[in-house]
Design a protein around this ligand. Structure first.
Ligand SMILES: *Cc1c(COP(=O)(O)O)cnc(C)c1O
Length: 388
């Protein structure tokens, strides 16, 4: 089976992990600090925290921004459910801004009119979570102009976008946002098995994130509220969680990070080969990246025409039957039964639904061999020909 994505692990990764396993400390420690520093340098952020998942990072991002009961958070419908559930975990409500059909990123014009409406009804959100879908940066300059105008905080869900750039700066530098989150799940750009990263340039937010990651407990005697009973003493100040990353994972993350550029170049090779071989097929290829560079986490094609949805389904089935695990990203979040139970109706974001109905993600990952890709391309052209 050729997967749509998979990790790329070599002997240096295995050696790095083994070294931690032979050491005295397995939990969050020295390796995690090293990993965080290396990421901070790579993405140009002041503060970086490694955690056990991007979902935990999104939860901490919302908490750090003070999101709670009665607050509203907006995000994209074309994303994994975690971009929306993080707000619900804080007791806030969630709403969705429709996307642009070509990029599946949040539409600036949809955002503009939704903000104006919310202003007039006194229902502005506290935060907007943008998603750099497939690794392609959102139009952050225009988005931040709008959010600043209405006093809305911005979180970047950059789960797909480690290594991507916007206006020549790495995603994660928070040039136009308060907090950025990356995922280190095995199918993402680099991996720690499970894991996430959260970056910010704001010291107060960083302090809160550090606290939420580890039970809301501090061992900094300068911050103690009660008497310091002695060397064993610590204090819990916040309702925190155990969202820490182990040093076993951080060793893997650090080793993987060193290969980020190599991985990126391999993805670009694959993407260019797709563009070259698919240009004559009756499919819509991803649009040219504007404003920056994509990390190409996903290569999504769309089928045109009124039968796009049934063509997508038969091509999906034909590819799966022939051992190519194509995938579909994403079912619009609000169509999930859980979100339906919160009152969302089908048709809520028509552009997102149109995108979803015709989208197909082709395999792209750094370890993919040229022969494997040519096999995918051949099977795809035959599967499409069969639908004609
Ligand atoms: C993978 C993903 C997440 C969740 O990441 P985890 O590390 O698995 O928690 C959130 N948002 C998006 C857009 C993702 O792709």
């Amino acid at each position: 089976m050729i997967p749509y994505s998979r990790q790329c692990i070599d002997e240096t990764d295995i050696e790095a992990v083994s070294e931690v396993l032979r050491s005295d400390f397995l939990t969050q420690g020295r390796c995690t600090v090293q990993f965080e520093r290396a990421v901070a340098e790579r993405v140009g952020a002041k503060y970086v925290f490694a955690a056990n998942s991007a979902t935990s990072c999104l939860h901490m991002a919302c908490l750090a921004l003070g999101i709670g009961n009665g607050d509203r958070v907006w995000t994209s419908p074309i994303t994994f459910v975690a971009s929306a559930t993080c707000a619900l975990m804080c007791g806030a409500s969630v709403d969705f801004v429709d996307v642009d059909l070509d990029t599946a990123n949040i539409s600036v014009s949809a955002l503009e009119s939704k903000l104006a409406d919310a202003m007039s009804t006194g229902t502005l959100p506290k935060a907007l979570i943008v998603v750099h879908f497939a690794g392609r940066p959102c139009d952050m300059r225009k988005i931040s102009e709008l959010t600043q105008k209405y006093g809305v905080k911005v979180i970047e869900d950059a789960s797909h976008a480690l290594g991507a750039e916007y206006e020549s700066l790495p995603i994660g530098s928070n040039q136009y946002s308060d907090i950025t989150v990356f995922s280190l799940h095995a199918v993402k750009i680099i991996t720690t098995g499970e894991g996430g990263l959260i970056t910010t340039n704001n010291e107060a937010l960083a302090e809160k994130i550090a606290s939420y990651r580890s039970h809301g407990v501090t061992r900094d005697s300068e911050k103690y509220i009660n008497n310091n009973d002695g060397g064993w003493y610590y204090e819990q100040h916040d309702l925190g969680y155990n969202y820490r990353m182990t040093d076993i994972q951080s060793a893997l993350g650090l080793s993987q990070l060193k290969k980020l550029d190599k991985f990126y170049h391999h993805r670009i090779e694959i993407v260019e080969r797709y563009f070259q071989h698919l240009k004559d097929l009756d499919v819509i290829l991803p649009p040219i990246v504007t404003g920056g560079t994509s990390s190409w986490h996903l290569f999504v094609i769309n089928f045109p025409g009124p039968d796009s949805s049934s063509i997508r389904k038969s091509v999906f089935n034909a590819m799966r039957d022939q051992g190519v695990a194509v995938n579909v990203h994403y079912i619009p979040v609000y169509k999930q039964p859980y979100f339906r139970s919160l009152g969302f109706e089908y048709g809520f974001c028509p552009v997102a639904e149109k995108y979803y109905d015709s989208a197909l993600s082709l395999p792209v990952y750094p370890g993919m061999k040229k022969e494997e890709q040519l096999e995918v391309i051949n099977k795809l052209s035959r599967a499409i020909a069969c639908t004609a």
